[in-house]
Design a protein around this ligand. Sequence first.
Ligand SMILES: NC(=O)c1ccc[n+]([C@@H]2O[C@H](COP(=O)([O-])OP(=O)(O)OC[C@H]3O[C@@H](n4cnc5c(N)ncnc54)[C@H](OP(=O)(O)O)[C@@H]3O)[C@@H](O)[C@H]2O)c1
Length: 280
Amino acid sequence: MEISIGIIGLGSMAKAIVSPLLERGEYHPQNVLGIVGSSSSIAPASNDLPKELKVVSSEDSLSKEVWKAPLKILAVKPQQFKKITESFSSLQLKDHFPKPLLISVLAGITLKSLKKAFPGHTCVRAVPNTPSLVGQGLTGLAWEDDITLDQKKVVRKIFEPISEIYELEEQKLDSFLALTSSGPAYIALVVEAMADGAVAAGLPRNLSNQLAHKTVSGTASLLREKSLHPAELKDMVASPAGTTISALRHLELAGLRSALIEAVVLAAQKSRQLAEEVSS
Ligand SMILES: NC(=O)c1ccc[n+]([C@@H]2O[C@H](COP(=O)([O-])OP(=O)(O)OC[C@H]3O[C@@H](n4cnc5c(N)ncnc54)[C@H](OP(=O)(O)O)[C@@H]3O)[C@@H](O)[C@H]2O)c1
């Protein structure tokens, strides 16, 4: 079996990345090997993917073949990183030129840790976010210094179908992640709370949920399409002595703005702390 892409951790993020590449014919499914943790995950992982794409568990002897691929996507949970590095270090692999490319989407695993764990590879850190699952994501990329222009092109082509790409210095990825990767959770919380408020004010649950998320998505489209600063939009909506300004007074008193600022800062700090724990 000739493998063009080896996927270590064929979970939801890896599937979101690989599916458009297969649909666009950039890679052939028979040349893709996906690895999952346990054999019970093979069927769910294979679901929605072409049947020619081979999926095996990490216990299967074929899983070692993944390390021969010129392009690897590492998409396990960060807690599984150590196990993966141990199974890689037990293999005797020949050096290749150009070096195989390894793209890691793991939060908090630095390029330094990746290079140390996977010698002989050119490593890339990618920080995609959950909206990538519906083709509307954002991906931050940080390269190791000796990556070639062709390898950069390969990486951009992988993330372009699912996200807008931002190439950043590695130390900025923690802040990028704190906003873009954790951000969908903050917004989901806001949507849920706004819907709860509508229920408290007397609307039915289903309608409240639907209206809350359409209000958020419509507001995001309005800000984007009219290139409005958020303050301009707020001022457009808040009329003198009206309902919105009464609600905004309460949000300021409750500290919503400061809570969100601190949330992003804390998430960035946590990401740095996790990186230090893994590399120590
Ligand atoms: N989902 C997102 O929106 C998102 C966004 C940004 C970054 N990320 C990053 O993407 C990574 C994956 O996230 P995910 O949400 O896609 O997780 P997931 O759906 O749980 O996928 C993880 C995959 O790794 C497999 N796995 C476990 N142990 C393994 C081993 N020893 N060898 C090979 N594969 C193994 C799992 O198989 P089993 O199920 O059998 O254990 C599963 O298929 C995480 O590091 C996360 O930080 C995710």
